[in-house]
Design a protein around this ligand. Structure first.
Ligand code: BJW
Length: 247
């Protein structure tokens, strides 16, 4: 780590040492070092696949088999992945601050596997499916294998992945809890996200309005970079354990 980076890390550590309430928002970048593809970076899913064909309610209505095929493929990639040092450091952060909340846009479940407990999965979880007829009927599919047909609920309606697609609202209760935590935090860590997908992309400005210090952890610049108080440039699997070591 060079002088500038170690200075930024020092400032982030000082901010965290004085913090009572800390919130972390994570995106696909935190799982990149576990081998889970991101969406927008090099090798990102949206470089190869069109979101309009696979991650919208209209795409599912048009061709549910195609959408399921893509989700089974992603599940197979995620099943082979293990939490990396970034996930593990964040799980240990839970015991380090009087209040620590983890908000993730990721659907891979790796934070829970790493041991995080106070977590809000804002975009759902790829291992669950829900009934298109009765959305409150949710099924754990971690042990399911892909079959030739689109999975169905016992009621006969199609099942769909329990994730949030473009054009769909996030769970309002989850968004309210997330916004409350962000408004009340002293430090907001924004880790491995391109910070372009709303409503999550609006949370850092909410934190700043509440006088929180915003720390971005990312390998590349994002639209948030100019607004962040501290920028830690590098892989989260390296940066977060280093922050933890210095705390
Ligand atoms: C590393 C690293 C390493 C790499 N270490 N870093 C204006 C205002 C408000 C809304 C909109 C708006 N314009 C359009 C909208 C709507 C839309 C939206 O935001 N679109 C934008 C693209 C413009 N939003 C929605 O549709 C949302 N719903 C909504 O707004 O509802 C309103 C409504 C109300 C009432 C009724 C009806 C509707 C829903 C958004 C759902 C997003 N869904 C997805 C798919 C989830 C399911 C699945 O996985 O299949 O969520 S899309 C995809 O993007 C996924 C992610 O969670 C999300 C964010 O991506 P993320 O995590 O940031 O990943 P990347 O790849 O973009 O970035 C990775 C980053 O990591 C990069 O910066 C790298 O540099 C970095 N990195 N390696 C650290 N080792």
């Amino acid at each position: 780590m060079d002088v500038i980076e170690s200075d930024a890390i020092g400032r982030a550590v000082e901010a965290l040492k004085g913090a009572r309430a800390v919130v972390a928002i994570t995106g696909a970048g935190i799982s990149a070092e576990s081998g889970v593809p991101t969406f927008r970076g090099s090798g990102g899913l949206w470089r190869t696949f069109r979101a309009e064909d696979l991650a919208t309610p209209e795409a599912f209505a048009r061709d549910p088999a195609l959408v399921w095929e893509w989700y089974w493929w992603r599940r197979s990639r995620i099943a082979a992945a293990r939490p990396n040092p970034g996930h593990l450091a964040l799980a240990r952060f839970e015991g380090r601050f009087p209040a620590f909340t983890l908000l993730t846009q990721n659907v891979d479940g790796l934070h829970v596997e790493a041991g995080s407990r106070d977590i809000i999965e804002l975009h759902g979880n790829i291992w669950r499916a829900r009934c298109t007829g009765e959305p409150r009927r949710v099924f754990d599919q971690r042990r399911e294998m892909p079959g030739p047909d689109v999975p169905r609920c016992p009621c006969g309606a199609l099942l769909r992945p329990d994730v949030v697609w473009f054009g769909e609202p996030l769970d309002p209760a989850a968004v309210d809890r997330a916004a409350d935590a962000v408004r009340a935090c002293d430090v907001l860590l924004v880790i491995g996200t391109s910070a372009v997908v709303y409503p999550v992309a609006a949370l850092p400005s909410l934190a700043r309005r509440g006088q929180a210090i915003v720390v971005e952890v990312n390998v590349d610049p994002t639209p948030l970079t100019a607004e962040a108080d501290i920028v830690l440039r590098g892989p989260s699997g390296v940066i977060l354990p280093e922050v933890e070591r210095l705390l």
